[in-house]
Design a protein around this ligand. Structure first.
Ligand SMILES: Cc1cc2nc3c(=O)[nH]c(=O)nc-3n(C[C@H](O)[C@H](O)[C@H](O)COP(=O)(O)OP(=O)(O)OC[C@H]3O[C@@H](n4cnc5c(N)ncnc54)[C@H](O)[C@@H]3O)c2cc1C
Length: 348
């Protein structure tokens, strides 16, 4: 049994995946999360590629038992009239994605981490101080509103808050012009039109995603340059009772200039953000948490030096982000992408 201790800021998919993988490896884990679960997050549409990850985390049965709507592709209207595009299939049948209500999905992950022994503290991480003790050891001191912990490592799963990154003054580099996602939810049960497969449509520089989360809840997202909110929800959903009014979120493509250093690693959205057209923010959150945990376990079990694991993590996630940016640039053409700009944490 290891005595190593890791504190994780945030119980989103990234933080919970790291907690599950570390706790499974015998590491003492503390998750610090200010929100009371179940709490809402946008981002219900999960690609079928998430399934093996859920199996690896041991939550596939619980996720499947939650009864989330499954879809076999999307109605893609990016370049004209919407046409059905399947995810693919194999001998077992069509590959299916999930429309996972994030309040339930994230709660399943958090419960799995707790069952494996992770301690969950309802609090907000405020400050972190990390130092290296030689090649093989690090120390992190984490302050929340009411607690202070000493740990070997701190993992930043705080989403766009990026509390550890900001605390360490890590700059962010933007890879697109300013992009905002506006999103909302309506009850569409009284309308005849159904969306068994999400609908993607583009209108100039703006695109819209409509996805049926369940028979009486439809989610919509509109992404466009700048910050001006749309006047209304998509035309297809007008007149439906509003379940959650429109909210906006900065989805400018961006990545921190350093993703790991002795004592800390940035996970999920705390490390990098892309707009939802990349279609796998949750998957990247889960996989970054698992990769960080895997490298920490290798470091302790095989005596891999601290610098090797931080460099390996940085290169792995940066490479993934770079490939996603290239794909998105191809998708958009040159219309929405801008010059790369570095901004300091204070300016974010
Ligand atoms: C409109 C919209 C639609 C999207 N649609 C999709 C989609 O369909 N599919 C998809 O895969 N992705 C989608 N995404 C992206 C997806 O939501 C994110 O990539 C994903 O939630 C990132 O997970 P995370 O664990 O890194 O962070 P989060 O899910 O943001 O979790 C961060 C957690 O940290 C906590 N926290 C914050 N500050 C602190 C602090 N100081 N101390 C401790 N904890 C803290 C928060 O309370 C939260 O629980 C969408 C994003 C947007 C904005």
């Amino acid at each position: 049994m290891m005595t190593s201790h890791v504190v994780i800021a945030g119980a989103g998919p990234a933080g919970c995946a790291a907690a599950i993988a570390l706790a499974t490896g015998g590491v003492r884990v503390t998750i610090v999360e200010p929100a009371v679960f179940p709490r809402h997050r946008p981002g219900e549409s999960l690609h079928p590629g998430v399934e093996p990850i859920l199996q690896k985390l041991g939550v596939d049965e619980a996720v499947n038992a939650a009864g989330f709507h499954r879809h076999s592709g999307c109605m893609n209207g990016w370049n004209g009239e919407p046409r059905f595009e399947p995810f693919g299939n194999d001998e077992a049948g069509p590959w299916l994605g999930y429309q996972a209500q994030r309040s339930r999905f994230d709660a399943i992950l958090l419960q799995a981490a707790e069952r494996l022994g992770a301690t969950v503290v309802p609090d907000r991480v405020r400050r972190v101080h990390c130092q290296r003790n030689g090649h093989l050891s690090t120390r992190a001191v984490i302050h929340s509103d009411t607690h202070e912990w000493t740990a070997d490592w701190v993992l930043d799963g705080s989403g766009a808050t990026a509390v550890v990154a900001r605390g360490h003054g890590v700059n962010v580099t933007r890879h697109s012009g300013p992009l905002t996602a506006h999103y909302g939810y309506v009850d569409h049960s009284a309308t005849p039109r159904r969306y068994p497969d999400p609908l993607l449509q583009r209108d100039g520089k703006r695109w819209t995603w409509i996805a049926e989360v369940h028979e009486s809840l439809c989610a919509w997202v509109t992404v466009q340059p700048g910050q001006t909110p749309p006047d209304d929800c998509p035309i297809e959903l007008r007149g439906c009772p509003v379940i959650q009014p429109v909210r906006g979120c900065d989805v400018t493509w961006r990545i921190r200039d350093r993703l790991a250093a002795p004592g800390w690693m940035l996970l999920g959205d705390a490390a990098a953000v892309l707009d939802p057209a990349s279609s796998h923010g949750v998957l990247r959150g889960l996989m970054s948490g698992m990769q960080a945990a895997h490298l920490l376990l290798t470091h302790w079990q095989q005596g891999i030096p601290v610098d090797d694991i931080t460099q390996s993590y940085d290169a792995w996630l940066r490479d993934w982000f770079g490939r996603d940016v290239s794909r998105l640039r191809q998708l958009y053409g040159s219309s929405q992408t801008g010059e790369e700009v570095t901004v300091t944490p204070a300016a974010i």
